[in-house]
Ligand binder design. Structure first.
Ligand code: SF4
Length: 393
């Protein structure tokens, strides 16, 4: 059964009602359990739980330390194109916006990557709009092969692909996929995605499972916070993560918290999410999903990122630029959104160290699951079985 079919069978209205109406007693009962099941998670999303942020954060921190230590994986986005055929109302790259469009040639992309490599990054997230005519699967395949020698971890945040296309990119060296559903509310989804391939809700929703089926080591999901009521989105997002963990156990599931930012077009988030609510959501998800990577980008302000990093994060971007070519030539193309944490990567890393955390630039090498490596390892297991053992990076 696909996740879309599974989601369609869930009593979402009842879940949302619990997430809105749980009492302080329900919250205390949830926090008193040795493990957080889905009912307890719903209670932790409630307005009543907002006054229990401290115990939630303490427990989220304990779980994170046990599962991940003090490690924060560092990564950087590399925007290769801001050409897009979609009409997402909230995005600066929306086809209707009159912005300067750029697609990087390979030498330009390699120049951007070299800058990020010099800053210490060994994990890159390749980002583009939906423009297969400008950035085709063959484009990414060739670019990944060029970059793979310098970057052991290469992930994609691009338009959804077929399973076979993801498999081609895995073969080329891609190990991770990020694909936000933006909103799990079908009617809202249709309103904010009025045209283009992205208007197809089901095609996008099934993207993460296609990526996992194709052999992605890591799949990241998320809802664009501010588009719809956050508790309803959190319910569906959590179900999505649980379903992926169960159906694709060899793939590490990561959850991101992209909060809507100012972008070209002047879209105003209809359901703004404040800082305490975002902390509540992140803590509740950590308690429900002890093994999930939790990711926070430079969309958020420095103090907020530093605070959440100490509680439950596992992955952070740093020194990010959201315009194609912007690391080498800032200001020559349009960015997707304005970043709030503009600190250089080295400054973010130094801050994490000062907080007792350990920024890690490389945690993965494909050789870890190579047959030659495993053949020599005590208790060797087949490469396909080893994938789950690798930490999320
Ligand atoms: S969110 Fe992505 S698909 Fe939508 S307009 Fe922006 S770049 Fe294009």
């Amino acid at each position: 059964m696909s996740f879309e079919a599974f989601l369609g069978r869930q009593p979402l209205a009842r879940y949302a009602q619990i997430a809105h109406s749980a009492t302080p007693r329900d919250v205390e009962s949830a926090l008193g359990r040795p493990t957080i099941d889905f009912d307890a998670f719903l209670a932790l999303l409630s307005p009543a739980a907002a006054t229990y942020l401290e115990p939630m954060a303490r427990r989220a921190q304990e779980i994170t330390r046990v599962r991940f230590g003090r490690v924060i994986q560092m990564y950087a986005p590399l925007y290769v194109s801001n050409v897009c055929s979609n009409g997402c109302l909230y995005c600066g790259f929306n086809r209707s916006n009159a912005v300067r469009r750029t697609t990087l040639r390979f030498d330009q992309a390699e120049g951007e990557a070299a800058i990020l490599h010099a800053r210490g990054f060994r994990s890159l997230l390749l980002v583009s709009g939906e423009a297969p005519q400008a950035v085709s699967v063959a484009y990414f395949e060739a670019l990944v092969r060029r970059l793979h020698g310098l970057f052991p971890s290469l992930s994609l945040e691009i338009y959804p692909l077929e399973t076979e296309e993801y498999a081609r990119l895995v073969e080329a060296g891609v190990d991770g996929l990020t694909l936000y559903q933006e909103t799990y509310d079908r009617a809202l989804y249709a309103r904010v995605h009025p045209f283009g391939r992205k208007a197809d809700y089901g095609w996008r929703l099934a993207g993460p499972e296609r990526g996992a089926a194709a052999g992605m080591r890591r799949v990241g999901i998320g809802a664009l916070l501010g588009l719809g009521p956050w508790r309803e989105e959190a319910v569906a997002l959590a179900l999505h993560a649980l379903w992926l963990q169960q159906e694709h156990w060899q793939t590490q599931v990561c959850v991101s918290f992209p909060r809507l930012r100012r972008a070209t077009g002047g879209f105003v988030p209809p359901f703004p999410v404040d800082d305490p609510s975002l902390v509540q959501l992140a803590c509740a998800l950590r308690l429900l999903l002890p093994d999930a990577g939790l990711v926070l980008s430079t969309r958020e302000a420095p103090a907020f990122r530093d605070g959440l990093a100490q509680i439950c994060l596992t992955h952070m971007s740093a020194g990010s630029c959201t315009e194609p070519g912007g690391y080498a030539h800032p200001g020559e193309a349009e960015g997707q959104f304005s970043v709030e944490d503009a600190r250089p990567a080295a400054e973010v890393a130094a801050r994490l160290l000062s907080l007792g955390l350990e920024p890690v630039w490389k945690d993965w090498d494909a050789a870890f699951v190579g047959e030659a490596f495993l053949a020599g390892a005590p208790g060797a297991v087949p490469a396909s079985s080893a994938r789950k053992e690798a930490p999320c990076g």
